[in-house]
Design a protein around this ligand. Structure first.
Ligand code: PLP
Length: 451
């Protein structure tokens, strides 16, 4: 006699069955997915935000929890049937708190942009003033850019960097005294040096502002002690989970020593305000399958393996910065203290041309504005290079030198014909592409190849 349970597929069987059915019934979609697996293997990504999730995180994101509607928080749901979802969300929360030594962690935000808006709307009224890093100087869109919610619903003031590419803390203080923002945002998208969160807090305290630190780009370095932590320095810290944390696309909101303090002028704690600004204020039911993947990623981030990965990111950034300097490129800020290396291009070569030419040769980078920029954001005079993927490919310093060497050779070969137009000898292009591919084969993506 077969027991009732023997007919039920487990999570692993469901995934295997699903993949088989996708291949059989929807070869068109499966073909595209497979093509991108190949593309990810065969292109050298030096995008600073880029990172490949562990296969266990990939699997967790595809779990049957996708079927569960679970408005509310663990133990306080608006729906029945949430006992396993409660366990998963509680696990993700406790791992996030442990990983960052935070008092409060909220794991429901769908992205870091949503997380930032949730924090802003928790503490600001429309029209209130916020002070954030300008997009032009390395800040994120959500830190007050006029093309976003953050810059149109609030009075956004921007601070920038010096001609050396360093945050000008005296300017931040001056702007804070002048504009009296209710909230200050620190943390960046294109910045290669340590952010002094304590200094930001002093400035925030002096003008009575709430401090938000957005560590989307450096969360792994923070979690492993390679960058000072903002958890107790800022009132609130946000991050995405898909850059350095190697997790699914999503956001995370945390708070340290201020979590259970009252928000100035309100009858509510920081933690309670943050919780409500996610649900019901801005979101409905959470993506619980993604929360499961976040839990998997946080688990990995606490491992010695992840620590070694973060160490490789730092070593690679030092090597790459030094190698570009040896080839006579200016490294903005003179060096890297995280995973990002910003370089100023020379002569007629624009960021747009360099990005496009490198892409043709199988190397993915981002164009980026540099201090004293004269070209538009669509053209730019610099490149932003990140070492996350190089570290996931286990590139040793020698491998990193080969990458920089190849990039410089390509840039030398490009003939600019304007801001965006250029020529690149097709034979050379083919050779460069083959060399980039050879590097990808020599240094395969960890966890995505058979040992
Ligand atoms: C990437 C990034 C974000 C946005 O992340 P999404 O999850 O894509 O919305 C927010 N802040 C900073 C500093 C970032 O670098």
């Amino acid at each position: 006699m077969t027991s009732e349970n023997s007919l039920i597929y487990g999570q692993a069987d469901l995934l295997a069955k699903g993949l088989q059915e996708l291949a059989t019934h929807d070869p068109e979609l499966m073909g595209i997915l497979d093509a991108d697996v190949k593309r990810q293997h065969n292109t050298l990504s030096l995008v600073a935000s880029c990172c490949a999730v562990k296969t266990r995180t990939l699997a967790a994101s595809a779990s049957v929890l996708v079927n569960v509607t679970a408005e509310g928080t663990p133990g306080r749901r608006y729906h029945a049937g949430c006992e396993n979802v409660d366990l998963v969300e509680s696990l993700a929360i406790s791992r996030a708190r442990q990983l960052f030594d935070a008092q409060y962690a909220g794991v429901q935000s769908h992205s870091a942009s949503s997380a930032n808006y949730q924090v802003l709307s928790a503490f600001l009224e429309p029209g209130d003033t916020l002070l954030g890093m300008s997009l032009d100087h390395g800040g994120h869109l959500t830190h007050g850019s006029p093309v976003t919610f953050s810059g149109s619903y609030y009075q956004a003031i921007g601070y920038g960097t010096t001609s050396q590419g360093l945050i000008d803390y005296d300017e931040v203080l001056k702007l804070a005294r002048l504009h009296k923002p209710r909230l200050i945002i620190c943390g960046a998208t294109a910045y290669s040096r340590i952010v002094d969160f304590e200094r930001f807090r002093e400035i925030a305290d002096e003008v009575g502002a709430i401090l938000l630190a957005d560590i989307s780009h450096i969360a792994g370095l923070v979690a492993t002690g390679r960058h000072p932590s903002p958890i107790n320095a800022a009132h609130v810290t946000t991050t995405c989970t898909h850059k350095q944390l190697a997790g699914p696309r999503g956001g995370l909101i945390m708070s340290g020593r201020d979590a259970n303090e009252m928000v100035p002028g309100r009858n509510k704690t920081f933690a309670a305000s943050l919780e409500q600004s996610v649900f019901p204020w801005m979101q409905g039911a959470p993506a619980v399958n993604i929360i499961a993947a976040k839990a998997a990623a946080f688990g990995y981030a606490m491992s010695p393996e992840f620590d070694a990965y973060m160490e490789r990111i730092r070593t690679a950034a030092d090597t790459v910065a030094m190698a570009f300097q040896q080839k006579d490129y200016e490294v903005v800020g003179r060096k890297s203290e995280n995973h990002t290396v910003l370089i100023r291009l020379r002569g007629d070569l624009t960021g747009a041309i360099a990005e496009s030419a490198l892409e043709k040769c199988g190397i993915i980078v981002n164009k980026n504005r540099v201090p004293g920029e004269t070209r538009s954001a669509f053209v730019t005079s610099g490149l932003r290079i990140g070492t996350g993927s190089l570290a996931q490919r286990n590139l040793d310093p020698e491998g990193c030198l080969r990458v920089v060497d190849l990039i410089c050779k390509i840039l030398d070969e490009v003939k600019p014909l304007g801001d965006r137009e250029y020529t690149l000898d097709p034979t050379m292009e083919q050779q460069f592409r083959a060399q980039a591919k050879a590097l990808c084969v020599a240094f395969p993506l960890e966890d995505y190849t058979q040992p």
